[in-house]
Write a new protein. Structure first.
Length: 193
């Protein structure tokens, strides 16, 4: 293997580590854990988890939980991509190494889970109500979070980018959930035969 290429890769990895250390130092130096914004993030994180524990339809808990996990993973990867591309970041992270934990790994999955559950239980159009939820997150909730200072957009990024992330998220999560439902039905029938 070419040593120059590996040295360049090692330098990039060191830079990434330096950036995470710098974020941790920023978090400690400015005592972010003492700010209103930090405690807002704590309340939103805990509040959304309490909501899901109370409101989740226990008769469909695995289905809704799997869907929520699919939302969580998809939005987590898309959020990380947006942060790595320098489109946005979170100045008041709950945990410095996981800046998107509260907004994109807690509130968003729980909200989409509740929408999914509602559309299932009331036989409503999933795509319409998920689209409206993406509109809410992209053009109301995230701009509000920006105004409160807990989300910051950079460069040419705007809230339309954020909206697109949520549309992609609910489409991918539904596809993943449907694939696993189909696989479960297919292999359940084979086991019954």
């Amino acid at each position: 293997m070419d040593d120059t290429r590996i040295r360049q890769f090692d330098k990039i990895v060191k830079t990434i580590g330096d950036n995470y250390r710098a974020l941790s130092e920023y978090w400690k130096e400015w005592a972010l854990y003492t700010t209103f914004e930090f405690w807002l993030m704590v309340a939103l994180f805990i509040g959304s988890l309490v909501v899901v524990l109370i409101k989740i339809d226990k008769t469909k808990i695995f289905l809704i939980g799997f869907y929520g996990y699919s939302i969580h993973m998809t939005v987590g990867y898309l959020d990380m991509l947006g942060r790595n591309l320098g489109f946005w970041n979170f100045p008041f992270p709950l945990i410095p190494a996981l800046p998107g934990l509260v907004l994109d790994s807690s509130i968003v999955p729980v909200t989409f889970m509740m929408v999914y559950q509602w559309t299932l239980n009331r036989n409503k159009n999933y795509y319409l109500y998920s689209f409206l939820t993406a509109v809410f997150f992209g053009f109301i909730f995230k701009p509000l979070m920006g105004a409160l200072g807990v989300l910051k957009l950079y460069g040419k990024a705007n809230y339309f980018y954020v909206f697109i992330v949520y549309v992609a998220t609910f489409l991918i999560a539904r596809l993943l959930t449907n694939v696993f439902i189909w696989l479960q039905k297919k292999y359940s029938k084979q086991l019954d035969d």
